[in-house]
Write a protein that binds this ligand. Structure first.
Ligand code: ATP
Length: 199
């Protein structure tokens, strides 16, 4: 599995549709200060479902939509598509190539698509949940983020590692199963009481 391409349209400084193609291995994005290198990384986080404006270096979510320049009017929507090569079947879907699209309008409305079919954010998160690109996306390490990991409390650092290792998902499933067990136990007590009453 590797990232094959990224298309940005109306996202931050990328007003016109721009496609970046990646090859397997290491890709370096170089350019002058303020040319949009970090915006490319923000686009990857955003299309994968990032919900925090701060994590995208903005004040509010609409800040991801192209805000206009002296020569160009602002746009009404932002759209990013990330295409992942899935020829090794790492993602649980019957396609050798998977495209995830996120769109957002100035009204605040947003939508997601997997291979062109509308879906929920949850579907995107579930598709990626075993790939290491989890909900918290520790695979994206932004400027200053390394420092925050190094200075994190031991329990927070453990949570990072658990998320990256995919343990968190099983912990959540265990908690859900325990809650179901508790409810079942309460039901059993009630049935036992009713049986005793009827005797
Ligand atoms: P550096 O090397 O200094 O870290 P960079 O190449 O990573 O810079 P970015 O931070 O990705 O640059 O891009 C910053 C540019 O993106 C700024 O010029 C900013 O005005 C522009 N920008 C950010 N959000 C928007 C937006 N919503 N609309 C238009 N332009 C935007």
């Amino acid at each position: 599995m590797y990232l094959k391409s990224l298309t940005l349209k109306g996202f931050k400084s990328f007003a016109s549709a721009t496609t970046l193609r990646f090859e397997p291995g290491i890709t370096c994005v170089v350019g002058p200060n303020g040319s949009g290198k970090s915006n490319v990384v923000d686009a990857i986080a955003w299309v994968l479902g990032e919900q925090g404006a701060k994590a995208l270096r903005g004040g509010k979510m609409e800040d991801v939509i192209f805000a206009g320049t002296t020569g160009r009017a602002p746009l009404g929507r932002a759209e990013v598509t990330l295409t992942i090569d899935n020829s090794d079947g790492a993602l649980p879907i019957e396609y050798s190539e998977v495209s995830i699209t996120r769109r957002m309008f100035r009204s605040g409305e947003g939508e997601y698509e997997i291979n062109g079919d509308r879906c929920r954010l949850l579907d995107v998160q579930e598709l990626l949940s075993d790939s290491g690109i989890g909900r918290e996306m520790h695979v994206l390490v932004g400027q200053g983020k390394l420092d925050s990991y190094l200075h994190a409390r031991p329990e927070d650092r453990r949570a990072f590692i658990e998320e990256a290792a995919g343990v968190l998902k099983h912990r959540k499933r265990k908690e859900k199963a325990l809650r179901k067990l508790e409810a079942m136990e309460a039901n059993l007590h009630r049935v036992t009481d009713l049986t005793a009453e009827l005797r």
